[in-house]
Design a binder for this molecule. Structure first.
Ligand code: DAH
Length: 342
């Protein structure tokens, strides 16, 4: 029996290192652990042994079984990471200096990402809302628990119009309007263009896109927030994305978080893109502050909710490997036509 086990172990290890993808790994799993698999066969063979022999063989087979299970799980994880890295390498075909690809028009990468997000969220019961670009102080700040002279206003250098209105600095400016429009419960996303008086460089633009989302209902908790974010990001990147929350401060959330995703470039091992931390900061979010619910006409004793403000431009940069944010607004058809087939 011992010899048989050793021999089986050898064959399994050979099979494991030969498995190149998930399908092959699955075939290996069935061949060894399946109902008619080799290990199951060994267990059946124990019938003919003496009680002493049974005990010894049982232990050996169990150890083997555990080892095989653990190795398959570890290899599956490694294969998944390799596939992700490959997908990202291949997605990096974006190169703004290549000649224009087509004479036909093409969708802007932001449009592509926005549509993908709308698809994902509609599938989860969210409505997709449109909102204006010129808002008032109440919508952009006061209703979000940021009174006049609150220091949080300093974080968003705002373009004010002569009539006192302003260009919205964040999609959160639509929260109040949407709460009043639907009341609770509600699930909505609202993509939109935002404006801040930024000095532009490869990572900063004065005009960029965010996508806000809100879910308000009875008993909504941080677990719901994590679930929806994870699901959405895994679908956007077409692979399992790990997320982590760190505390973050936004006057309109309590508690507020910064949500990081495992680095899509190195799979979490650490690389220059994630400053060797294995994580990328992607999406501020939090549980909606009771004052914000009250301003929206929703009773915070009855309802709770989460909200997030996804940097959609940033997401498009990560998904398509665009290194300079200014390419998006350049109107450069050579750059934009790269996305024609995506
Ligand atoms: N509006 C914030 C910003 O632009 C981002 C944000 C943070 C949106 C937390 C949210 C949230 O909905 O809950 O910096």
């Amino acid at each position: 029996m011992k010899q048989k086990i050793e021999e089986l172990k050898g064959r399994f290890e050979a099979g494991l290192s030969a498995a190149r993808d998930e399908a092959e790994l699955d075939a290996l799993r069935v061949a060894f652990l399946g109902k008619k698999g080799e290990i199951t066969d060994l267990l059946k063979g124990m019938r003919d042994l003496t009680p002493e022999g049974k005990k010894e063989a049982g232990q050996l087979i169990n150890t083997l079984k555990n080892e095989v299970e653990a190795s398959i799980t570890a290899r599956a994880e490694a294969l998944k990471n390799e596939a992700l890295e490959r997908a990202i390498r291949e997605a990096k075909h974006y190169n703004p200096t290549l000649p224009k690809k087509t004479d036909r028009g093409s969708y802007h990468p932001i449009t592509l990402v926005a549509r993908r997000l709308a698809d994902i969220f509609s599938g989860m019961g969210f409505t997709v809302e449109d909102f204006v670009e010129v808002v008032d102080d109440y919508q952009c700040f006061e209703a979000l628990n940021i009174p006049k002279y609150h220091p949080a206003r300093d974080m968003q250098d705002t373009y004010y119009l002569e009539n006192g209105q302003l260009l919205k600095t964040q999609t959160s400016a639509a929260q109040n309007h949407i709460m009043k429009k639907y009341g609770a419960p509600l699930r909505a996303i609202f993509p939109g263009r935002c404006f801040r008086n930024e000095a532009t460089d490869a990572c900063h633009e004065n005009t960029f896109f965010q996508m806000e989302g809100m879910m308000i209902d009875k008993d909504i908790s941080i677990s719901n927030l994590i679930y929806f974010m994870k699901k959405m990001l895994s679908e956007v990147f077409e692979s399992d994305i790990n997320v982590r929350l760190r505390p973050g401060y936004f006057p309109f959330t309590e508690p507020g978080f910064e949500l990081d995703i495992s680095c899509t470039i190195c799979g979490g091992k650490g690389c220059p893109s994630c400053k060797n931390s294995g994580w990328l900061e992607l999406c501020p979010c939090g549980m909606i502050h009771p004052n914000v619910l009250i301003a929206g006409g929703i009773d915070p004793d009855e309802y709770t909710g989460f909200a997030f403000g996804l940097g959609m431009t940033r997401l498009a940069m990560m998904k398509y490997g665009v290194k300079d944010i200014r390419d998006f607004n350049s109107g450069n058809l050579k750059a934009l036509s790269q996305f024609e087939s995506l």
